[in-house]
Design a protein around this ligand. Structure first.
Ligand code: HEM
Length: 150
């Protein structure tokens, strides 16, 4: 599947103008269709809506700059360990993101745009999930020894 980065940036620019009402819609949609993930998030979603919006802008504006994007996604994936997010929950966010983009982009939404977002989301999720798995590898534990006793 090919990722047309120009199309992603174009759709992101349109979304940017709408502000956090996009992420508000995203979370409303997700909590309605996937109520099982609601308890992972805080009661007041104002701050989280802002953070996700900023994150999407950062990702989309750097979608063709892997030197910026990969370290960002890596640390984001590791952060999600703390939030108790599991790999099988990533498709939920992806499906709700696509539904949200389609909702706001209206006639500008196209098959090629959808395919590009799907490709980009799958790649971004894979980086996040692999970074979290790497951070949790048991061999990162270095056994303590007598040398550690003060
Ligand atoms: C590539 C996909 C994702 C992106 C870009 C993303 C983005 C973000 C960002 C930017 C934050 C704020 C991090 C911070 O500054 O501390 C965050 C927090 C969080 N995310 Fe994600 N996320 C993704 C996937 C997921 C998934 C799949 C879930 C689970 C359904 C999830 C659940 C959460 C939770 C529970 C928080 C913490 C909310 C809080 O306690 O304030 N995220 N995410």
């Amino acid at each position: 599947m090919s990722i047309n980065t120009a199309l992603i940036q174009q759709s992101s620019a349109a979304i940017q103008k709408l502000g956090t009402k996009v992420t508000e819609h995203f979370y409303d949609y997700m909590f309605t269709h996937y109520p099982e993930v609601r308890s992972l998030f805080p009661a007041d979603m104002t701050e989280q809506q802002r953070r996700l919006f900023q994150s999407l802008l950062l990702i989309t504006s750097n979608v063709d700059k892997t030197d910026v994007l990969l370290p960002y996604l890596h640390q984001l994936g590791v952060k999600h360990i703390r939030y108790d997010v599991r790999p099988e929950q990533y498709p939920i966010v992806g499906k709700c993101l696509l539904a949200t983009l389609k909702h706001f982009l209206g006639s500008a939404w196209s098959q090629e745009m959808a395919e590009s977002w799907i490709g980009a989301y799958n790649l971004a999720s894979t980086v996040c999930i692999e970074a979290a798995a790497e951070a949790m590898k048991p061999d990162r534990y270095v056994p303590i020894t007598m040398a550690d006793v003060p």
